[in-house]
Every structure is written in structure tokens, then in C-alpha cells.
Design a protein around this ligand. Structure first.
Ligand code: GLN
Length: 544
């Protein structure tokens, strides 16, 4: 295929949380199904340089890429729906853009000039977009926030200018809005959409495709009305209907020929789409034979967005076993030794996910002890693994008062601690940190290799001697206490190639007890479920 790189900008109107990220990911999936190579990028209007320092309660999950970028959770959707390899350049925030412009200003790059939003900030935004446009047919760029927000104006202005820069035949604008159904009036309301498009046009952007989020398919009459008021053809108005399953979105769009329309508007010729994998996955998801209940013991349980990738990975692991995974979110703060069995009695497996801060820590340790002693399948991720080590140290290895120094600086047995100095194979440098180090971007982040012990649950799941998984944590397993823990029976089944970092621990004589220092959930895909999740759900089913 030979045509210049094409650009699709996805904006949103009326209100947030309409599913812009999913819509962008689904468009990516459809274009890939036609043989195109694509990438995606998210432009976020907030001032944080990245979401790494933001509270999951406010912002949802922080998604980590192989190159160690801490990014918006929409990048998780992009990776799950497409084959795009994403990294640092696929997520820019206002903070990152300004940081770069101010660094250049201090260096003297604009010497003599007055540095302004237009052109300096808008140019920097356009450069960021172009930075991901190499070697792909189409780039899909999602603009965070809602049209009309003051803080996203520079992004909106930049994408308006972009069309003139790269040629109008190479750019389309997709706008996602809401068409609510009002039960009292018994009808769908188009006014919010009309206003949102008016707002978009007032900043100089005429949408090419409107995706209308509704609870039912739009009639031709409604579509015509929207088209008329928004200066569009009827065939440019698409229903983005609510679905039970997010993996249906590409199929719903395809039924309405969205991929065909986009390729025509961008003047690209492609093969016919192949969506058998998606159809098969959705079909399978709707005909599950069995079910298991997994208790997720954590503190962000009231906001499911905080565990987005985790929920998806469990779902994928379930589908691979023809099994529905019911999630029982248990607030770790409410678990004590006395009520633990009561709180977890419905569960066929227990998962303690990653987290920060001491709140609910003892509840997590209680849940882990219960799972170990009652031989309930247990999966500990990052903080969950660290607490599994603490639990084992305290109750099996006789290390009374053992803890992570994140929560107890004076513990007599710091089984998890802050490694003051370690060799980072990626940067080939010695890294140093202590409690006073900067918090932003200073954790062990991104993909690291790990060698598996062949006689382990991990090896049986992965069926490979070496793996690579993504990390996001500050604290590590303390090697000085490793011998003592191993003598007490703890198995360290995954270790970094230099032997310095313990990445996986297991417990013998247990159907499935595994803790990993990394976050496997970031690499699970619907059509390529993560081996640890497949194996964990299998164990939960077997123990039912
Ligand atoms: N708080 C722990 C650490 O920083 C675990 C982090 C996590 O679970 N992502 O090491």
C-alpha cells in the first residue's frame, strides 16, 4: 500500500465517559482487520506530566507500556484491541507539552522570540502527533476531555491546523456525542449533539463522522435530523449503541459500514475486512459453560476503572476456560482474622492486586493467610506478591513482625525493602533511590526479563524458560532474607537474569499459589489471554 500516512482525530462532546477510548480502539481494530497498519495516540488536557502520580480514585488505572511509560488507561484499550506497539510517544499531556516547550525556551531555542500558545504550544502538539506517524498507514489520535473545555483548546486548535499542514485528503475528524432517550417524552433527544457539533464547528472543525452513543439504534428519521443540523450526510451518522460486552463494539461499527466509510473518506483502498476472530470471541463469550467467583481484595474497589486491565485479564482468562468470571470486590480494610472466612467463603480464588499506601494492608495479609491455609487458589500481583512474602515470613518462617519497609520502617525482618542501589539493565546504569527520591517516573517501570524455574506453576503456565513482563513498583524482595524464606519452604520461581531480583514466589503443597512482582494484566489480550490468568482461572475451576 502506498499512500501518505492518514490521520483520524477522535473528539468527544456533551459529557465525558462516553467511550471515546473504546471507539478509537474499535476503529483501530477495524482498520487492522482490513490489513492496514495503525497506531494510536492519546492527548490529555491535564497538567500532570503523566498520570503516574495521580490517585486511581480520580483517574482510574495507570497503564504501563513496555518502555516504562505510565500512561492513560485508554492505552490499555488500544493495546487490547489492536496490535499497535505503544510507548512513551503514544500519550502526551498538556504538562508534557509545556515541559518540553519550557525546556527549549530555557535552553535558548527560541532566543529573541515571545513564546506563545500559538504557534509554540500548538507546534509542539503537532510535532508529537507526527512523532508516531512513521511506518504506519493510519494514526488514530484521541483528544481527552470534552469539546468546549477551556483546557483542551490548544489541542483542538492544533488538530484544526493539522489538516491544512498535511493535506485535507489525509485527515478526518470523528466526533462522539450522546443521544439520550428521555422516557418521559418517549423519544431520543438530538439537541445535545447539535450543540456539541456547533461548538466543534465554531473552532473550525467540521466532523466527518458522528458516533452517537445511545441505548438503541437510531432510526433513519433521527439520523436525517442530526445530519441536517450538523451539516453532514445521513450516512455519516453512526449509532454507537450500548453493548453488554466491549468486544462487540468493532462488530457494531462494522455492521454500519464504518470501516468502509472511513477508508473511502481517506481515499485508501484495502482488502475486505476479516473479523472472524472477533466474531468467534464474542460468540464464545455469550455461550459460557461454567462460572467461578474470584474475590479481589483491594482498596480501590469502589471504582472499577482502577482495575481496568485486571478485570479484562480475568475476563480473558475465563473465556479461555469457557467460564464466566464473577468478581467479588472485597474492601481489604473490612477484613480481619475473625471475619476472613466469612468474607471469602463465596470465592473460588482470591486475588490481591497492586497498590500503594498502608490502608487495608493487614486485611490483605489476612486474606492471603486464609487462601494459603485453606488451599484456595491465590494470585498476588505486585503489592499482592509483596504481602504474600510478608505473610509467609510471619506465619511460616517464624519472622515475627516481618513487613515491607514501605509500611514499617523499623520492622525486624524487612522482607520487602527499598533497594538503595541496583543495576538497571535498560539504561545500563546504577540506579539509586531512597525515601526522599522524586515520586514521578522513578519506580522500576516497564518490561524486564525473568528466568523461570522449570519445576514451577509459572513455568507450567508460560511453557517458556524466559519471559518479559511489565513493572511499576519501588520496593523489592530482600535478598538478604531469601535463604531463610526458602529454607522455610517459599519457592522463588522467577528471578531476573542477573539473579538480583526475585520476580515470582510460590508455595508448595498448594493447588495454585503464586505472587509476581510484575503486572501481567497489562499484557493480556482477548485473542491472546495471559497464561497466568488462564492457569489461575483453571485452578479456581478445578477447586470448585
Ligand atoms: N507499593 C508497592 C511498591 O511500590 C507496590 C506497587 C504496586 O503494587 N504497583 O513497591
Amino acid at each position: 500500500m502506498s499512500f501518505p500516512t492518514k490521520f483520524i482525530f477522535v473528539t468527544g462532546g456533551v459529557l465525558s465517559s462516553l467511550g471515546k477510548g473504546l471507539a478509537s480502539a474499535a476503529i483501530g481494530a477495524l482498520l487492522e482487520s482490513r490489513g492496514l497498519t495503525i497506531t494510536l495516540q492519546k492527548l490529555d488536557p491535564y497538567i500532570n506530566v503523566d498520570p503516574g502520580t495521580m490517585n486511581p480514585f480520580q483517574h482510574g488505572e495507570v497503564f504501563v507500556t513496555d518502555d516504562g511509560a505510565e500512561t492513560d488507561l485508554d492505552l490499555g484499550h488500544y493495546e487490547r484491541f489492536t496490535h499497535a506497539k505503544l510507548g512513551r510517544k503514544n500519550n502526551f499531556t498538556t504538562g508534557k507539552i509545556y515541559h518540553s516547550v519550557i525546556t527549549k525556551e530555557r535552553r535558548g531555542d527560541y532566543l529573541g522570540g515571545t513564546v506563545q500558545v500559538i504557534p509554540h504550544i500548538t507546534d509542539e502538539i503537532k510535532q508529537s502527533i507526527l512523532s508516531v506517524a512513521k511506518d504506519v498507514d493510519v494514526v488514530i489520535i484521541e483528544i481527552g476531555g470534552t469539546i468546549g473545555d477551556i483546557e483542551s483548546l490548544p489541542f483542538q486548535e492544533a488538530i484544526r491546523q493539522f489538516k491544512a499542514d498535511v493535506g485535507k485528503e489525509n485527515v478526518i475528524y470523528v466526533h462522539l456525542t450522546l443521544v439520550p432517550y428521555l422516557p418521559a417524552a418517549g423519544e431520543l433527544k438530538t439537541k445535545p449533539t447539535q450543540h456539541s457539533v456547533k461548538e466543534l464547528r465554531s473552532i473550525g472543525i467540521q466532523p466527518d463522522i458522528l458516533l452517537c452513543r445511545t441505548d438503541r439504534f437510531l432510526s433513519e428519521e433521527i439520523k436525517s435530523k442530526i445530519a441536517l443540523f450538523c451539516n453532514l450526510g445521513v450516512d455519516q451518522v453512526i449509532t454507537a449503541k450500548d453493548v453488554d460486552l466491549i468486544y462487540e463494539v468493532p462488530l457494531i461499527f462494522h455492521q454500519q459500514h464504518l470501516d468502509d466509510k472511513i477508508t473511502k473518506l481517506l481515499n485508501i483502498w484495502t482488502r475486505a475486512p476479516r473479523l472472524e476472530d472477533w466474531e468467534h470471541f464474542v460468540e464464545k463469550s455469550k455461550n459460557l459453560k461454567d462460572s467461578v467467583t474470584i474475590a479481589i481484595v483491594g482498596k480501590y474497589i469502589h471504582l472499577q476503572e482502577s482495575y481496568k486491565s485486571l478485570n479484562e485479564a480475568l475476563y480473558h482468562g475465563g473465556i479461555a476456560n469457557d467460564c464466566e468470571v464473577k468478581l467479588d470486590f472485597v474492601d481489604s480494610e473490612t477484613i480481619d482474622e475473625a471475619n476472613c472466612s466469612q468474607r471469602l467463603k463465596k470465592a473460588n480464588g482470591v486475588l490481591v492486586p497492586g497498590g500503594f499506601g498502608s490502608r487495608g494492608i493487614e486485611g490483605k495479609i489476612n486474606a492471603i493467610r486464609y487462601s494459603r491455609e485453606e488451599k484456595l487458589p491465590f494470585f498476588g500481583i505486585c503489592l499482592g506478591m509483596q504481602m504474600a512474602v510478608v505473610e509467609y515470613a510471619r506465619h511460616v518462617a517464624g519472622m515475627e513482625g516481618a513487613h515491607s519497609t514501605e509500611f514499617d520502617q523499623d520492622t525486624p525482618f524487612p522482607v520487602i525493602y527499598l533497594m538503595k542501589e541496583w543495576f538497571d539493565y535498560k539504561s545500563q546504569t546504577i540506579q539509586q533511590r531512597d525515601v526522599t527520591s522524586d515520586k514521578g517516573g522513578t519506580m522500576r517501570l516497564g518490561a524486564y526479563p525473568c528466568i523461570l524455574n522449570e519445576d514451577s506453576v509459572a513455568f507450567k503456565a508460560y511453557k517458556a524458560p524466559e519471559i518479559s513482563e511489565r513493572h511499576r513498583h519501588r520496593y523489592e524482595f530482600n535478598n538478604e532474607l531469601k535463604d531463610k524464606l526458602e529454607q522455610a519452604g517459599l519457592i522463588t520461581s522467577g528471578i531476573s537474569p542477573d539473579g538480583q531480583l526475585v520476580e515470582i514466589v510460590e508455595v508448595a503443597d498448594h493447588p495454585w499459589f503464586l505472587g509476581c512482582q510484575f503486572h501481567p494484566e497489562f499484557k493480556s489480550r482477548p485473542m491472546n489471554p495471559h497464561p497466568l490468568f488462564v492457569s489461575f482461572i483453571r485452578a479456581a475451576l478445578d477447586c470448585k
